[in-house]
Design a binder for this molecule. Structure first.
Ligand SMILES: Nc1ncnc2c1ncn2[C@@H]1O[C@H](COP(=O)(O)OP(=O)(O)OP(=O)(O)O)[C@@H](O)[C@H]1O
Ligand SMILES: [Mg+2]
Length: 145
């Protein structure tokens, strides 16, 4: 049985500045497991994509002046594994399988629909759960060498 050796919860307003904040805080926290620079870089990329999705997509229907939140929960395990759960209470995703298809995007033209693929490639497992009108939860696990 793997054991949790440290955990952290974070709640950030869904503002674009907080993509970098989440990335930095989570990588500093995971550094306790002494990952390689490459492993940490992979984790940072995956976190960036998940948080960016909350910021860009989840709360796009919120009335002007209201701000949603991104909820992050990070756990370190004694088997050199980190889990990162990133949730929002936003619009949700109607068809998760479709949303995970590479190059699928409902965003503006600068979005390429590669976020989920990046999360999947840079971690060891990715699960996406979503309910329309309730929100989305992305759970990623990464094992360090
Ligand atoms: N947290 C979320 N809330 C609501 N919809 C989401 C969320 N995350 C992803 N989606 C939906 O899934 C689609 C695919 O997401 P993905 O991150 O792969 O691509 P993208 O964000 O559109 O583009 P890119 O990440 O390449 O800039 C999005 O276009 C959006 O429709
Ligand atoms: Mg994205």
């Amino acid at each position: 049985m793997k054991r949790i050796i440290n955990e952290m919860k974070l709640r950030l307003p869904a503002l674009s500045v907080n993509e970098a904040v989440a990335r930095s805080v989570i990588s500093a926290f995971a550094a306790e497991l002494n990952p390689t620079v490459e492993e940490l870089g992979d984790l940072r990329c995956a976190v960036s994509e998940a948080v960016t999705n909350c910021i860009v997509h989840a709360y796009k229907q919120l009335p002007e002046g209201e701000v949603g939140y991104v909820y992050i929960s990070v756990r370190l395990y004694d088997v050199r594994e980190v889990s990162v759960e990133i949730s929002d209470n936003g619009c949700g995703i109607e068809n998760v399988a479709l949303a995970r298809t590479p190059a699928y995007s409902t965003g503006s033209s600068e979005r390429c629909g590669m976020g989920f693929l990046v999360m999947e490639s840079f971690t060891d497992s990715l699960s996406v759960k979503s309910r329309v009108g309730k929100g989305t939860t992305v759970l990623m696990r990464k094992c360090f060498s």
